[in-house]
Design a protein around this ligand. Structure first.
Ligand code: NI
Length: 261
């Protein structure tokens, strides 16, 4: 069984054929999907999906690109939902994005720190978005003691040195479509070194479409292509990669009753 550990199935790109997407995912062997809502619009649509399908779980939080728009009320709202909604398994995606400078850095830092503090208060793992901000992401994770709750570096694109620091902080490393690209030297090298018990795979659909569909819309069924690429790099079978990454996702994204007891 495959797990797509990070996707955006609620995205309007899927409005015309969401049921077909789910059918194709099932056919490809996907048994669990973690859907991520990251602002005022996508948190409710993510929760609706998770309510409707038992194999979909929800991650909710605030994306760094939208940091400038997050109010204190929004943070309270996320806390309320994370406490009360049975299918919320982690907070995110949160982090830093220096590629799109839609929010000033200091605002991104504040919103990132506030969410890590909330995750520690709720004892929930965090899903980290990091684009061109490796050093600051690691520094803030350390300063805010994110290792208390752990989490995942989603669609990881950095160096092995940064990955190692994240592994040391109790984090999983997740890979998506880019590891299937012929010229993606660094993600392949990092994947080769990440211990199997810390490895996750994802699509981040509708974005980051794997080879050979690059340039088209991504979808959850394509996580199979990521598993195949990871299998080749690790010298294992795709089935072994599916099994271990599904177990890892289960260990990280635990249903609430298990966390709270
Ligand atoms: Ni995402």
């Amino acid at each position: 069984m495959l797990t797509d550990s990070h996707t955006h199935l609620d995205n309007k790109a899927f409005n015309q054929d969401r049921e077909d997407i789910l059918a194709r995912a099932k056919e490809a062997g996907v048994g669990r999907i973690v859907n991520v809502g990251f602002n005022r619009e996508t948190i409710p649509t993510t929760l609706r999906l998770a309510e409707r399908y038992d194999f979909i779980d929800a991650v909710i939080g605030w994306h760094p690109q939208d940091a400038i728009h997050m109010t204190p009320e929004d943070l309270d709202w996320i806390e309320q939902l994370a406490r009360t909604h049975g299918k919320v398994v982690a907070l995110g995606e949160m982090g830093l994005d220096y590629y799109w400078d839609t929010s000033p850095k200091e605002v991104q830092h504040r919103v990132f720190r506030e969410q890590i503090r909330l995750a520690r208060k709720l004892q929930m793992p965090v899903v980290i978005h990091n684009r061109d901000a490796h050093a600051d992401v690691v520094a803030i994770l350390k300063e805010e003691k994110a290792y208390d709750v752990g989490g995942v570096m989603h669609c990881y694109s950095g160096s092995w040195e940064v990955a190692k620091e994240c592994l040391d902080m109790n984090f999983y490393i997740s890979f998506g479509g880019p590891v299937t690209f012929k010229n993606a030297k660094q993600p392949k090298e990092v994947l080769a070194r990440v211990p199997l018990d810390r490895l996750l795979i994802e699509t981040d659909a509708p974005y980051l479409t794997p080879h050979p569909y690059r340039g088209k819309r991504n979808e959850t069924a394509f996580v199979k292509l990521v598993a195949e690429a990871a299998a080749e790099i690790k010298g294992l079978s795709p089935e072994e990669i599916s099994l271990v990454t599904t177990e890892n996702a289960q260990a990280l994204f635990r249903p609430k009753q298990e966390i709270r007891r």
